[in-house]
Design a protein. Structure first.
Length: 355
């Protein structure tokens, strides 16, 4: 039997009290810390995407819906709301992508116009991405031409206004080996940015968005290939999407419409799958077309629902947008001038923009 002196008992009691209060102090500090962390996470979390809106066109000529000037095609045809009945809409994260490897002011303004229309007219696709060489950010302003500097400044402002994620990609790996900057090389090096998405749909700029709902239908009207799965035939034998691998070492330009899914990144190598739409599928392959797919009014009229959702433009040998046989050129130029006010695009396209 061990007898405890009063001093020993006092020490034990004091120690117990100290330990108890220390534990309670630690516990309260931990609770406060977790509350702070949750508050910070809530503060920095990006806002949720807007509720999906049935695809709107770019406006009613009466001015009751959107911008009446942008809503009118140059030949007098107005866009209609596209109905998305029985649309296949898989859960997941999706994004629209536009990219440029060369800072052409006109093309930058065209991309801004595209993202503005997406933000204004509603889309079921969560994110809007713009990919470009990181070298653009590193160039001193005094070394850029005035049109390029202005266009890049407008792009940064638009990224905040229209919810655009700017993705600067370090191209030093390619340029240090003597390779030229191309859209395909930019996408090759930037694909790792798509790990969080189930699919990313690249749409070529320059071009003009006519109907957001029809563009959304490129992703949601038919089952997507997504990641390869031997138990899901649509992943490897898809009627609407044709597999086309990215050949950055051979091709400089991307297809006008290109669906990308990143499967994994192993040992520094990105495993990605690329597809183009099957233009032979009725009502699907014509959702995104060139200017030749735009219907002009005739004596017999036409169904506005047959108009495409997005029209990408062809370029001449000098790299300028062809205005001949392009019924949307006038509307497109008006839209560009609105999002890039003060920038003379007719002169800027002939300016140098070497970096």
């Amino acid at each position: 039997m061990v007898l405890l002196t009063s001093s020993t008992v006092s020490v034990i009691i004091s120690t117990s009290v100290i330990c108890t209060f220390t534990f309670l102090l630690f516990l309260s500090g931990y609770v406060l810390q977790q509350q702070s962390v949750r508050s910070i996470q809530h503060a920095i979390r990006p806002p949720p995407p807007p509720d999906p809106v049935v695809g709107h066109g770019m406006g009613d000529p009466s001015g009751n819906d959107g911008d009446p000037e942008l809503g009118l095609l140059s030949n007098g045809v107005t866009d209609k709301q596209h109905k998305r009945d029985n649309v296949y809409s898989p859960p997941g994260n999706f994004a629209y992508l536009q990219l440029l490897s060369t800072p052409d002011p006109s093309n930058i303004c065209s991309a801004i116009l595209f993202f503005k229309h997406l933000a204004a007219n509603g889309t079921a696709v969560q994110d809007r991405l713009f990919m470009y060489p990181r070298e653009w950010d590193l160039m001193p302003t005094k070394e850029l031409t005035e049109p390029v500097s202005t266009a890049l400044s407008l792009l940064r402002t638009a990224s905040l206004e229209y919810g655009i994620w700017l993705l600067p990609i370090d191209m030093m790996l390619a340029t240090s080996e003597g390779y030229a900057l191309t859209d395909t090389k930019l996408l090759r090096l930037g694909q790792i940015q798509f790990m969080q998405y189930d699919s990313v749909l690249y749409i070529q700029t320059p071009g003009l968005l006519l109907d957001t709902g029809k563009l959304d239908a490129m992703l949601f009207s038919r089952p997507l290939p997504l990641r390869h799965d031997k138990n899901r035939p649509d992943s490897f034998n898809n009627e609407a999407w044709i597999p086309v691998p990215l050949r950055a070492e051979r091709d400089a330009a991307l297809p006008p419409v290109y669906l990308i899914t990143v499967n994994s990144v192993e040992n520094g190598h990105i495993e990605a799958r690329g597809h183009i739409p099957n233009t032979a599928v009725p009502g699907f392959g014509s959702l995104v077309t060139g200017p030749g797919g735009v219907l002009s009014p005739t004596a017999d009229g036409f169904n506005p629902d047959d108009q495409p959702g997005y029209v990408y433009f062809e370029k001449d040998d000098d790299g300028h947008v062809q205005w001949a046989e392009n019924p949307l050129f006038g509307s497109w130029r008006v839209g560009q001038n609105e999002v890039c006010e003060g920038l003379d695009l007719d002169d800027a396209v002939h300016d140098r923009y070497d970096l």
